[in-house]
Design a protein around this ligand. Structure first.
Ligand SMILES: CC(C)(COP(=O)(O)OP(=O)(O)OC[C@H]1O[C@@H](n2cnc3c(N)ncnc32)[C@H](O)[C@@H]1OP(=O)(O)O)[C@@H](O)C(=O)NCCC(=O)NCCS
Length: 213
């Protein structure tokens, strides 16, 4: 991740709001991506069409943070990158959400991350970069205290990635999900505000994005 943190950008990625076009674009593609669907979605794997993409859009809009992850075409000027209406946020490659505990429970300061990157774009570092950005957003802008993440038992590479990023292993929910003809457990981990500051805090600066006095 860039050492200079902007609310809607990291080193190679930008994060934008979900738009109408996404119903036929990235959200539709994610619904048709079997690995993304089976790893990240709790629903029965029925074929996903445009109505499902519409519901996905509604869901993203209901989250504490629901963004489309885009690969920034070229490094924009710092001041431009601060604009939410940057003309070209880049190719949409995935989705990231932070879901909080719900209305009336905001004071607990916790949220959970979920992420899906489209198959052709996996393994290029985008997932790691987006998660690190979301941690920074959550702790620096949303005043969260705890951010959770999890993976279904068979998603060993995701678990390895989350541990590498500094999430601490917490619990295993036994026989939590039925997929591929058997029960699977669900592994959970989290990062606390202080742990994040210890691991990433010293590498992040907001200076160039703050108003000039
Ligand atoms: C898990 C996921 C978000 C990681 O994002 P990514 O952009 O592929 O990850 P990165 O490139 O930053 O990191 C790659 C690491 O993730 C691991 N990884 C996890 N799932 C992977 C996948 N399906 N393809 C490629 N790499 C994957 C690799 O083993 C790699 O580890 P390494 O650095 O030790 O080699 C992404 O692969 C994905 O969307 N997978 C399908 C949906 C999913 O599993 N979502 C998470 C639900 S818990």
């Amino acid at each position: 991740m860039s050492s200079e943190f902007a609310p809607w950008n990291s080193a190679h990625l930008s994060y934008r709001a979900v738009e109408q076009d996404d119903e036929t674009g990235v959200l539709y593609q994610l619904g048709r991506d079997a690995e993304a669907f089976n790893n990240a979605v709790p629903f029965m794997p029925t074929p996903q069409g445009s109505n499902a993409a519409k519901s996905y859009k509604t869901y993203l809009e209901s989250c504490l943070l629901g963004v489309i992850i885009c690969v920034t075409p070229s490094t924009p000027a710092k001041i431009e990158s601060y604009q939410p209406s940057h003309p070209d946020p880049g190719e949409a490659v995935g989705v990231l959400t932070l879901t909080g505990p719900g209305q009336g429970r905001e004071h607990h300061g916790r949220a959970d991350i979920a992420i899906s990157i489209l198959a052709p774009h996996r393994g290029k570092g985008y997932g790691s970069e987006a998660i690190q950005w979301a941690l920074c957003w959550g702790f620096s802008f949303a005043r969260l205290h705890r951010i959770g993440i999890g993976a279904i038992e068979f998603n060993k590479s995701a678990k390895k990635l989350y541990l590498k990023l500094g999430f601490a292993e917490e619990s295993v929910k036994r026989d939590f999900a039925w997929k591929y003809g058997r029960w699977w457990s669900f592994w959970e981990a989290s990062m606390l505000e202080d742990e994040w500051r210890g691991k990433y805090g010293s590498t992040i600066s907001y200076a160039s994005y703050m108003p000039i006095e």
